[in-house]
Ligand binder design. Structure first.
Ligand SMILES: Cc1cc2nc3c(=O)[nH]c(=O)nc-3n(C[C@H](O)[C@H](O)[C@H](O)COP(=O)(O)OP(=O)(O)OC[C@H]3O[C@@H](n4cnc5c(N)ncnc54)[C@H](O)[C@@H]3O)c2cc1C
Length: 559
């Protein structure tokens, strides 16, 4: 197979809600290449159950959505970004409906039909737009149908982005790349997973929409694709990265003995419908811990479960919704109901065994309010981005919303500067250099490295952290990184090797950020600093080009 150069007006890396939304809009301006390592349905978007937070109830208000988001964010949200999120929500959700997404509706007493709005933890009103418990799947279906109708879009499935194209690959040195302000993105090296050939995808505008990082941890609700690729690629290219210490652990994933690549999520919406948490002694422990009980913010519920497990030496706690009628449960939560039934649990008769699992990354590649990163012509949206919307803790169901809102804003920003001939002036990049690499014979070493990274992160950088655990994690991750870099340089490239390299880089960024934050705040809980320190109302900004900075995300702007 020969190496090819694929040039388009827009390169979109990732085919979840953020990438697809942007691609649909960008196709009105020019040609779009979507590159995705996805096979079948692997994206976080596809697994989203609960829904999309947005104000549709006349008793609800934008101000209330903003207030709830800021409260969850524990003082670190970028308030302007939060306002944009809440204000644009209804319009963007309506756009999904216009593209064909079917959300659950209900009949009102006066006969009219309106969206059926669910309730989730931390929200003061019912504002979760959902498609039963298959919201993400329905959204992705509608977006993919719309993509299929657009002639300007070409989708490259089973392709893995390896590295971004910047001046670095042109072998420019010195002044031209010594400051992050000078770096510019022209596309990416992309591996065709079927042929093993690395092609050049060039474009004046690249959007990273590669999703989350859950696979860095041993137990996660995220699918196999969530290896932090976009964040690691952007970091290597010199982008600013922030808030990596704030990992949301979902309190309730199904406890199934034996390790699974992806833990099945028991959506917060189940607690929204009244489910209660019990320990192995049948005691309801959330009542004494928080006035919102089971609907307290996720970090509080996850820590409470962690505490109960450690206190009683148990493997799981129990979520009980068995007091609801079977027909209701089957219709409101069809996926959960049937998945549990297949696992031998009838949720209408017995409590569900649950444990916390790594679920969502609040931080990521720093972006301004228009999705721009610190690298010129590189945009980011969705879970890979750090817009400052989530601060130290994400409010439930704000992430799908963030993807559609900020992809729209990135598009609007580019639309102002777009010219159809932009792509004619792209520099010529060297082909992927595979000299000196060999087929890896000892695959077992890689597999062990992946497990080592996941185990270290789970044991030492999980729900409850301490200085000693973080120092231990830092030492081990540094060693693993050296070993992995060595394989990477010597081995023929494969998607799994690319992911392993990105996993360890992402783990390093999480550990580094967690060590920098000398307080407990939001999702970052360190037993050495159990209190929030008001003098630390800012973010640690990490880059491969300079020492970490401490500042508010809202103070960052890019020229
Ligand atoms: C089980 C579960 C339930 C959730 N429930 C909700 C919910 O109810 N409400 C809510 O708001 N949020 C929810 N979330 C979070 C939300 O789903 C995600 O934050 C959101 O879908 C992220 O969208 P995205 O487009 O950024 O990334 P994703 O949907 O994860 O898509 C990432 C894409 O990037 C591709 N990719 C990654 N790396 C590469 C690479 N190197 N090369 C090429 N392609 C690459 C992947 O193949 C994938 O197509 C849930 C998450 C999970 C896991």
């Amino acid at each position: 197979m020969s190496i090819e150069v694929f040039t388009s007006d827009f390169l979109v890396i990732g085919s979840g809600i953020a990438g697809l939304t942007f691609a649909i809009k960008a196709s009105d301006l020019g040609t779009v290449h979507i590159v995705t390592k996805k096979k079948d349905f692997d994206s976080n978007t596809n697994y989203a159950q609960g829904g999309i937070a947005s104000v549709f109830d006349p008793h609800d208000s934008i101000e209330s959505h903003i207030k709830d988001t800021l409260t969850a964010g524990a003082g670190l949200c970028n308030e302007t970004a939060v306002r944009i999120l809440a204000e644009s929500g209804p319009q963007r959700v309506q756009e999904l409906i216009n593209w064909g997404a079917h959300f659950s509706t209900r009949k009102n007493p006066n006969g009219s039909v309106s969206l059926d709005l669910g309730r989730e933890g931390g929200h003061s009103y019912n504002r979760i737009v959902h498609a039963k418990d298959l919201t993400g799947q329905e959204v992705e279906r509608a977006l993919l149908d719309e993509i299929a109708r657009r002639k300007n879009i070409r989708v490259f499935e089973n392709h893995t982005a390896v590295d971004l194209l910047t001046q670095h690959q042109l072998k420019l040195t010195g002044k031209q790349i010594n400051s992050y302000n000078n770096i510019r993105c022209y596309g990416a090296y992309i591996l065709d997973n079927t042929t093993g050939v690395v092609h050049l995808f060039t474009s004046p505008y690249t959007l990273l929409a590669t999703g989350g990082i859950g696979q860095v941890y041993l137990h996660t609700t995220n699918p196999a694709i969530a290896t932090g690729d976009g964040i690691a690629m952007a970091y290597r290219a010199g982008a600013l990265i922030a808030d990596m210490e704030f990992i949301q652990f979902h309190p309730t994933s199904l406890y199934e003995p034996g390790h699974k690549e992806r833990a099945f999520l028991i959506s917060e919406a189940v607690r929204g419908e009244g489910a209660i948490l019990l320990n192995s002694r049948g005691e309801r422990f959330m009542e004494k811990l928080h006035p919102l009980k089971e609907l307290a913010p996720r970090d509080i519920v996850a820590r409470a479960i962690d505490m109960e497990l450690k206190r009683l030496g148990d493997q799981c706690v129990y979520l009980d919704i068995s007091f609801k009628d079977r027909d209701f449960l089957e219709s409101r939560f069809p996926t959960i109901y049937h998945y549990c039934l297949e696992a031998g649990i009838d949720i209408s008769k017995e409590p569900i065994p649950v444990v916390p699992a790594a679920h969502y990354l609040c931080g990521g590649i720093v972006s301004d309010l228009n999705g721009r990163t610190s690298i010129s012509n590189l945009y980011v949206s969705g879970e890979s981005a750090c817009t400052g919307v989530h601060g130290a803790n994400r409010l439930a169901s704000n992430s799908l919303l963030e993807g559609i809102v900020f992809s729209h804003r990135a598009f609007c920003h580019i639309k102002e500067i777009f010219a159809p001939d932009n792509k004619d002036a792209l520099p010529q990049f060297p082909q992927w250099d595979k000299k000196g690499t060999f087929d890896l014979e000892e695959w077992i070493l890689i597999q062990h490295n992946i497990e080592d990274v996941k185990r270290v992160m789970w044991d030492y950088v999980g729900i409850v952290r301490s200085n000693r655990r973080l120092e231990r994690a830092a030492r081990r991750i540094t060693l693993l990184e050296e070993e992995i870099q060595d394989y990477y340089r010597r081995s023929t490239i494969t998607s799994r090797l690319v992911e392993l390299r990105n996993l360890v880089t992402t783990a390093k960024l999480i550990v580094q950020s967690a060590m920098l934050r000398k307080e407990s705040r939001g999702l970052h809980y360190n037993t050495n600093y159990p209190q929030q320190d008001e003098s630390l109302n800012g973010s640690y900004i990490i880059s491969s080009q300079q020492q970490p900075l401490f500042m508010k995300i809202s103070e960052i702007s890019f020229t």
